[in-house]
Design a protein around this ligand. Structure first.
Ligand code: 4AD
Ligand code: MG
Length: 444
């Protein structure tokens, strides 16, 4: 039985089989104690071994931190403090040895930086194990949220000829022989949005959740070259409804983590970030603040703070600005709307003032931007004019214009960076530590 079930069901007196990895071994005069972890939960199970039991003699010297074992034994109430049960082994077999002199993971706590250098072994550490379980559960919760609300999942392509964000941060895709495989330039997707729009304008409410690639040379704790993005897209939907959904979605995931990942979350509140649970609870209990970009710039200018980059209308908000708004001004997540058209992608709907677009960014304390979205330009002439202004070839995006030509409807959506969400939920500080195998400039 897996350890999470054993700890939950407390099968005192029952014969059990446990398979896992030894975390620690201690020997007293008469017995040996090993702590086994099988990955099903953060907790280890203590096994008490009488040296006389079958199998032990031949492997006794090889039972060390890191080795894989199969144990049979009976669950007993533990006399030790801090644990309710232990297993009294009746037999033990070594499945895979582990040379303690060569094994890089020892009993002590290693730094996250060190763990990154052994990305194939770091899942055996408590912290990365906990991150990985939370990531998996929240991934499931993403699907559950959308399915409960009648959304249809669309598997948008990973290889595409579009540059959705128009930032030119595309990884090119080519066949190894250098041939022109697709007959035109292709790359890895920077966003599934454009394709999701085609499906939203047929199925009404859709979402994509998949790997996303950006060749941006950002060496920050918030950027990855390969990350996972969640992108809902809704027909007959305006910006207000879009923001409402984003707020509901982010709160749902945080609540899901509270309800389903409490033991793993407790590790982060103890060792990573003491204020974590309070911060999570605050987000659940308060409405997100909603302000316009123009108001945001005014607030920043009036703040009296000297930023590295002064806030100025027409410039993008820096993460120092975003964090100031969340952490100092509102002490809550903030949704900023109505950004200048010039600093946002081509597809966003132009507001009546002619200068701004129906964009929204969701900013979180400690993180900055966690989600970005917009109402889309559904008026074909407007959209085509913007494409020409930006030097895009309308012919290459004829299919996208067609969506406006045939049965156009107001529609909107947003994208949440899954790793940034995980930073918020776990209190971890670097996106490299919440994805199994991080890809960043100069590192694969
Ligand atoms: O703001 P972005 O670029 O928006 C889009 O791609 C839209 N097409 C989304 C949509 O409307 N459907 O990216 C969305 C989110 C960001 O807010 C951020 O959380 C995350 O994706 N993100 C990254 N996460 C990790 N590493 C990177 N390099 C990221 N770039 C964006
Ligand atoms: Mg953005």
């Amino acid at each position: 039985m897996r350890i999470n079930r054993i700890l939950r069901t407390k099968p005192f007196g029952h014969e059990l089989e446990i398979k896992g990895w030894v975390r620690t071994r201690r020997d007293s005069k008469t017995v040996s104690f090993i702590e086994i972890n099988d990955g099903s939960c953060l907790e280890n199970l203590q096994v008490v071994i009488d040296p006389g039991i079958p199998g032990f003699d031949s492997v006794a010297r090889e039972i060390n931190t890191g080795c894989a074992v199969t144990v049979h034994g009976v669950a007993r109430k533990s006399p030790a403090r801090g644990q309710e049960m232990e297993v009294e082994a009746s037999s033990i077999a070594l499945t895979g040895g582990c040379d303690p002199a060569a094994y890089p993971l020892q009993k002590k706590r290693h730094s996250l930086e060190f763990l990154r250098t052994i990305s194939h072994l770091r899942p055996r550490s408590n912290v990365i194990g906990a991150v990985t379980r939370i990531r998996s559960r929240l991934s499931f919760a993403v699907h559950r949220f959308f399915h409960e609300r009648g959304f249809c999942q669309v598997h948008t392509p990973v290889i595409t000829a579009n540059d959705c964000e128009g930032a030119g941060e595309i990884f090119r895709v080519a066949a190894a022989d250098g041939g022109d495989f697709f007959g035109r330039p292709a790359g890895l997707t920077v966003s599934g949005q454009l394709e999701a729009e085609a499906y939203a304008l047929a199925l009404g409410r859709v979402y994509t959740f998949g790997p996303t690639f950006r060749a941006e040379n950002s060496h920050t704790s918030r950027h990855l070259a390969e990350f996972w993005m969640i992108e809902p897209e809704m027909a007959f939907c305006d910006l207000e409804e879009d923001i409402d959904l984003a707020e509901e979605f982010l709160k749902y995931l945080i609540l899901y983590a509270f309800d389903n990942c409490s033991a793993d979350l407790a590790l982060f509140s103890r060792f990573v970030d003491k204020g974590l649970e309070k911060r999570l609870r605050r987000v659940l209990e308060h409405d997100f603040a909603r302000i316009t970009y123009t108001e945001a710039v005014e607030l920043l200018q009036k703040s009296g703070r000297s930023f590295e980059f002064p806030a100025e209308w027409g410039m993008g908000l820096q993460s120092e600005h975003e964090r100031h708004l969340c952490e100092e001004v509102f002490n809550a997540p903030v949704v900023v709307t109505g950004y200048p058209a010039d600093i946002k992608p081509f597809y966003m709907r132009r507001n009546d003032d002619g200068k701004t677009v129906a964009a929204m960014d969701v900013l979180f304390p400690g993180i900055g931007e966690i989600a970005g979205g917009s109402q889309r330009e559904e008026r074909p002439e407007r959209l085509e004019a913007v494409m020409r202004e930006r030097g895009m070839d309308p012919a290459a995006y004829q299919w996208y214009l067609d969506l406006r030509r045939f049965g156009s409807a107001p529609h909107a959506g947003f994208g949440v960076g899954f790793e940034r969400l995980l930073l918020f939920v776990t209190g971890m500080k670097n996106v490299r530590d919440v994805i199994p195998f991080p890809r960043t400039p100069g590192h694969i």
